[in-house]
Design a protein around this ligand. Sequence first.
Ligand code: PHE
Length: 341
Amino acid sequence: MLEKIKELSKQIEDFKIESKEQLENFRLEFISRKGKVTVLFDDFKNVAPELKKQMGQELNKLKVAAQSKFDALQENMGTNKVQGKNEGADLTLPVVPNALGSLHPLNVVKNRMIEIFERMGFNLSEGPEIEDDWHNFTALNFPEDHPAREMQDTFFVQKNPDIALRTHTSSVQVRTMENQKPPIRTISPGRVYRNEAISARAHCMFHQIEGMYIDKKVSFADLKNTLYHFVKELFDEDTKIRFRPSYFPFTEPSAEIDITCNICKGKGCNICKYSGWVEIGGSGMMDPNVLSNCGIDPNEYSGFAFGMGIERVTMLKYQIRDLRLFTENDIRFLRQFKGAE
Ligand code: PHE
C-alpha cells in the first residue's frame, strides 16, 4: 500500500495542468469518486490493524496534496472564469445614473427669498401651525363676527373654535411683537391653510413669507423700496412692481403687490388672467390698533408689513403653470430643479 501511495504521490506531483481540460482530467483521475486516490481509500479496510494508523496518515497526506493542487489551479483559472462571465456584459451600455436627491423647488425659492431679506437686515422668526384666535385674528384687528374672518376660509378645530390652522403667517408677527421691542425687522416663512378648492391656482395648504419692519418713522416709501429691491433681486431688472390699493384689517393703508407676469412676459396667459400682471401678496402700514394690541406704542413707532405666497412666486420664477405639481411628488417634475439651489 505504501508503495502505491508513493507512486500516486509522484503521479500527482508530475501531472501537468495547463488548461481547464487538463484540470478536469486531473480531477477525474485522482479525486473524483472513481479517482485513484478515492479507490485507494477503499483498499484501506484491508490494511492490517497495526498499520492502520500510519497508512491512514499517509493516505490523508496524499488526499490533501491532490486536493490542494486541484484547488490552487482551479482558483487560478477561476479568475479566467470571472472574466469569462464579464464577456457577456455590454460595456458600451450607459451607466445607471446616480439618483441623488435635490431640494424641492419651493425650498429653493424660499431659501433665496430668505437670503435676499436677510441681506436687508431681516431676521427669521417661526411659530406654530395650529394657532389660537388671538394670534391669527383678534390681535390683527379682525373684529369678532366680522366678514373679514370669512375672507380667509379658515379650518377650525371642531371641538374648540378658538383653535384653527393658521391662515397666514401674520400670526408669527403678533408673537414676535409680543416678545420683542422695536426696532424689529423680521420675516416669517411657513405653511398655512385655507379651506379652498384645489385648482391650478389655489390649494388648501400653501406657504407664505411674511415680513415686517417696526421702528421710529417707518414710512410707506420704506415698504415700497424694500419690495422693489426684493423683486429685482429675485427675478430680474426688467420685472416691474406695482401697488394696488386694497384692504386688510391689520394694515392701513393697504396694497396688493403685483409684478409683471414672468410666464407670458406681459402678453397674457391663464396665470395672469390675460392682464400681464400677477398678484404675489399683500402689504401695508401696520394698523395702530395692531401695534397697541401687541404692546407697542403706535405714537412712538410705526411699521410696515407684507406677505407673499411662495408657491405663486415659485410658479412665476420657474414658469410653472399648475400649483398642484408642487404636492404631487412626480419625480419627472422635481428632477428639473436639480442644481437650482
Ligand atoms: N396676511 C395677509 C394674507 O395672508 C398678507 C398680508 C400681510 C397683507 C401683511 C398685508 C400685510 O393674505
